[in-house]
Design a binder for this molecule. Structure first.
Ligand SMILES: C[S@@+](CC[C@H](N)C(=O)[O-])C[C@H]1O[C@@H](n2cnc3c(N)ncnc32)[C@H](O)[C@@H]1O
Length: 454
């Protein structure tokens, strides 16, 4: 539903709700997925699972009993907070509206505090960008911070100067996410030891942009091994300005470690299946790591892009390789949210190939028999010298590999109640609030994104 239609919808609800609950409405409005950018998050509440979030400000502070009445009227959860209206405290309520994407039988929305004793394994998702990396981006390269999620929703035609803003703003988020995810993957003995037995680790990154995630991969590998392996990287992007800035950035990262890293920067735009096939044929190594961060959702006109990309490029995946696809969790103009599409498309590829999901672990256990429209999400908090406190980044990712390798990695996987959707609450605590439908009868909470060391 577009914003105008959503607004009209709430206009029709506000009056009868006010009559039923006997409280006067001061103002009402809507938040749609288009608004979920950098500023909305901290001051408003977004109700997951629905087409949009509606809000109503009452002219007084309402009691719990009145909130319960609102819930009864709407037949759904209602979230409330106190706000200051011209010097007096009044209540603002939020509720999901329009189409409900998460059927209640597929994802539970009950909260599970992270401090729960029955929770084992949790990925730490708060990160401060290392000072030396921060310094390269902000001091040496003159990166500036200017979040603008609408402008940076498509990055194929950014200029060199815009790319500098991208790097210091969004590239730093990708750095943080990739550093956390890669460090967790390499901490697993099966992955670590199989890669250390190789004389060289081959990496391919598609939609590499200004190099945020690639820089973090180089850092994670150099930190994890006493004698880091040689890295050979094929970095592919359709924007030459992004690639030029990336080259400058990565050269500085590599020289910090004096690391043995060889990078080929390839300017290649994918606009058709043929372009994807061409990419798979240009990439003539077997890759230990194939990544794509926040790029595939930019190629919106391409039907089943997650499926087609993974199918084409996995022909180049090493026996002990990992294919890691990460994307933002928006819906854009697509019929579904990206995580739902990614899940549907990658599990259908799994069923017809030798690939198997490594992460989320619940998908490793259940993908073969899963048809749920499942919305997964991890939220990362990234802080650096240019943002006031931290940036909140909402992404979803799936890592896959060949079956035998994935089974070796997961040789001691415990059963549990796998949390596949996470969010930070207002106190800065990360909470699992979406449970894999296939694990609902289990009692021990486990972060579906956390890979144990083994
Ligand atoms: C959101 S940026 C992500 C950059 C980097 N992976 C990161 O996370 O910081 C998306 C990148 O994908 C590239 N891209 C978008 N559409 C593309 C296409 N059709 N072919 C090749 N690259 C594309 C853009 O040029 C941009 O650099």
């Amino acid at each position: 539903m577009n914003k105008q239609a959503a607004y009209r919808h709430i206009e029709n609800i506000a009056k009868p709700l006010s009559n039923y609950c006997n409280v006067e409405v001061h103002k009402f409005g809507v938040i749609t997925s288009e608004d979920i950018g950098d500023n909305v998050e901290n001051e408003s509440i977004w109700v997951d699972g629905w087409d949009f979030t509606a809000w109503i400000i009452f002219n007084k502070s309402v009691s719990n009993a009145e909130i319960e009445k609102c819930k009864r009227f709407l037949s759904r959860d209602v979230y409330s907070k106190q706000i200051n209206l011209s010097g007096s405290l009044v209540s603002k309520i939020y509720f999901g509206e329009g189409f409900q994407y998460f059927a209640s039988n597929s994802i539970s929305s009950t909260l599970h505090p992270s401090t729960s004793e029955s929770q084992i394994g949790k990925l730490e998702t708060k990160i401060t960008i290392p000072a030396w990396v921060d310094n390269i981006v902000t001091q040496n390269m003159g990166g500036t911070y200017a979040p603008d999620y609408k402008k940076f929703a498509r990055n194929l035609n950014l200029s060199y100067n815009e790319a500098k803003v991208y790097l210091a703003t969004y590239g730093m988020r990708s750095f943080g996410e990739a550093k956390i995810i890669m460090s967790n993957l390499i901490s697993n003995n099966a992955i670590r030891s199989s890669w250390s037995s190789e004389h060289q680790i081959n990496i391919l990154d598609f939609g590499s942009g200004t190099g945020g995630n690639l820089a973090a991969i180089i850092v994670a590998i150099n930190e994890a091994y006493t004698t880091p392996p040689k890295l050979k990287i094929l970095s592919v992007d359709g924007n030459e300005n992004m690639l030029a800035l990336q080259k400058d950035f990565l050269e500085r990262i590599i020289s910090h470690y004096n690391a043995d890293v060889e990078i080929e920067y390839l300017h290649h735009r994918v606009t058709s299946l043929e372009d994807l096939m061409e990419l798979a044929s240009i990439a003539d190594d077997d890759y230990h790591l194939i990544t794509s961060f926040k790029c595939l959702s930019e190629i919106v006109s391409f039907p089943k892009i997650y499926y087609e990309f993974a199918k084409a490029i996995s022909k180049r995946l090493h026996d002990k390789g990992i294919l890691l696809i990460l994307d933002v969790t928006t819906k854009d103009n697509l019929p579904q949210f990206n995580p739902i599409l990614m899940n549907q498309e990658l599990r259908s590829l799994e069923r017809e190939s030798s690939l198997k999901t490594l992460i989320p672990i619940s998908c490793y256990l259940n993908s073969a028999n899963c048809d749920v429209e499942c919305f997964g999400q991890k939220q990362f908090l990234i802080s650096h010298s240019l943002n006031k406190k931290y940036d909140i980044s909402k992404v979803y990712y799936r890592a896959l590999g060949h079956q035998s390798f994935v089974k070796q990695v997961h040789n001691r996987t415990s059963k549990g109640r796998f949390l596949i959707k996470w969010r930070y609450n207002l106190d800065g605590i990360s909470q699992g609030d979406g449970v894999c439908k296939h694990c609902g009868d289990q009692t021990i909470n486990i972060d579906a994104y956390y890979l144990k060391n083994n």
